[in-house]
Design a protein around this ligand. Structure first.
Ligand SMILES: [Zn+2]
Length: 174
């Protein structure tokens, strides 16, 4: 799923929780490295500011061979094994303050597992490079990306309207 879509979904699902912003920040964690990559691409002239709006996974894939360390960090961040090890750490006193953040990170892996087709993440890394390919993808045309985005965009518009409705309701009652 697109990075910001992860954030919106998790904001909607955890908005009544005191640690909502930890969940939201965690839900986008494995993709932050791509913001860094886009920044470097802009500095190096591989990308113009005017192209930012039409930036697609296809374009990112084209440039990825020039950024092997991004691929490495992407795989680490999308590993259920590594996430699981960090989650176990958050059961310890002191570290448990970060539990909502790590749970948010976990939702990213779950949503990605459902929305990556041919380019599925090797979720058992570093134990194995095995991947499960979802029949649906958020960007691969051969995996119903068009249909997925029609449904997902419609749901996100409804969520945004509902959040606005709640927000206005709260304001009105004051
Ligand atoms: Zn991801």
């Amino acid at each position: 799923m697109f990075t910001l879509h992860h954030g919106l979904w998790i904001y909607f699902l955890t908005r009544r929780h005191a640690q909502v912003w930890q969940f939201v920040a965690g839900s986008m964690l494995p993709d932050y490295v791509y913001f860094l990559m886009v920044g470097l691409m802009l500095i190096r002239g591989q990308l113009n500011f005017s192209e930012l709006i039409s930036l697609s996974p296809q374009i990112m894939m084209f440039f990825l061979p020039m950024y092997p360390w991004v691929v490495k960090i992407d795989i680490i961040g999308h590993s259920v094994v590594i996430w699981g090890a960090v989650f176990i750490l958050t059961l310890l006193p002191g570290v448990n303050r970060l539990q909502a953040f790590v749970v948010g990170w976990g939702t990213h892996l779950l949503f990605d597992a459902l929305t990556h087709g041919a380019y599925a993440n090797p979720f058992l890394y570093p134990l194995s490079l095995y991947a499960v390919h979802s029949p649906v993808s958020f960007w691969e045309p051969a995996y119903f990306a068009r249909e997925f985005n029609i449904v997902n965009n419609a749901l996100m518009v409804l969520m945004a309207l509902y959040i606005l409705y709640e927000w206005l309701g709260k304001k009105y009652r004051k």
